[in-house]
Write a protein that binds this ligand. Structure first.
Ligand code: SF4
Length: 274
């Protein structure tokens, strides 16, 4: 008779010298593969228009110059999985909108992504799509379409406050895209990754905001060309944006001038500053 409860050496739980659990080892393999795949990709040699809404222009200079991030601040495999899952959610949202009668175009006739470039190709943007026709909702077609898949707390905040207040970087992205695509409005769609609830917001083109963002992009390119940094967005590294910035240690250790907060390129309310 077998006795499964008293096998020699069998323990419930894990001995101290046992290898990590199977799941952890598999995840490590997946993460390593994703990180290696990303490392093999050609880095951007342009300023992505989706980043121009970033409140700190100094951070954009670091990004554009491909400055190495602080140790331990590289994207992990889990973050890369989140990015990729976002594309899958976007494909679903595209399918659902088309099913409901929206003529949503996501590719040019040649099969490429819709997009634009300016400043001799040094600023480029790729849009999720353009809706050229659809149900009678009082919208004037065509409209830019942008999609984001958000975790529940982030989605709830966006649905409550609207994209301009809740997600100023995305709002800036919409404005820059509308400016360069010659579109008068955008439909911003946010998907709640927990519940698959959808939030849609019609955003009008705001020329003043687009101009300010365009000016910021030019300032970033000029600073990068000159080997200069733009002023920090805050006066101490405890500012919330700096705490989450992958260049924080480098930035606050830089023996360079330009530590004063900068009003012109700030995306947040002055009272939010440190
Ligand atoms: S640490 Fe702060 S000031 Fe420096 S680049 Fe990052 S966000 Fe800007």
């Amino acid at each position: 008779m077998i006795d499964l409860n008293h096998r020699s050496g069998f323990v419930y739980g894990r001995a101290a010298d046992a290898p990590p659990p199977l799941g952890a080892r598999i995840n490590a393999l997946l993460d390593d593969a994703l990180v290696a795949e990303r490392a093999g990709q050609r880095p951007r040699d342009y300023l992505g228009a989706s980043r121009i809404g970033e409140p700190c222009a100094r951070r954009l200079v670091y990004e554009f110059r491909k400055t190495p991030v602080d140790p331990g601040k590289d994207f992990e495999g889990r973050t890369l999985r989140i990015f990729e899952a976002g594309h899958v959610f976007e494909d679903l949202a595209i399918r659902w909108l088309r099913l409901a009668g929206f003529d949503l175009r996501t590719q040019t006739r040649e099969g490429g992504q819709f997009g634009f470039e300016t400043a001799g190709g040094r600023i480029r943007g790729h849009v999720d799509g353009v809706i050229v026709d659809g149900p009678a909702l009082g919208l004037t077609w065509p409209v830019l379409w942008e999609h984001k898949a958000l975790k529940a707390s982030s989605w709830n905040d966006t649905a409550k406050k609207g994209v301009q207040v809740s997600k100023p970087v995305y709002y800036g992205q919409l404005q820059i895209y509308m400016a360069y695509m010659g579109l008068g409005s955008a439909l911003f769609t946010a998907l709640n990754k927990d519940s698959c609830e959808l939030y849609h917001e019609h955003v009008l083109f705001d020329p003043a905001t687009a101009q300010e963002l365009s000016d910021k992009a030019v300032a970033v390119l000029r600073a990068a060309d000159a080997g200069e940094l733009l002023p920090r967005i805050a006066t101490n590294p405890d500012f919330y944006l700096c705490r989450f910035c992958p260049f924080s240690a480098r930035c606050w250790g830089e023996p360079r001038p330009g530590n004063a907060p900068v009003e012109r390129f700030s995306g947040e309310r002055p009272e939010a500053r440190a």
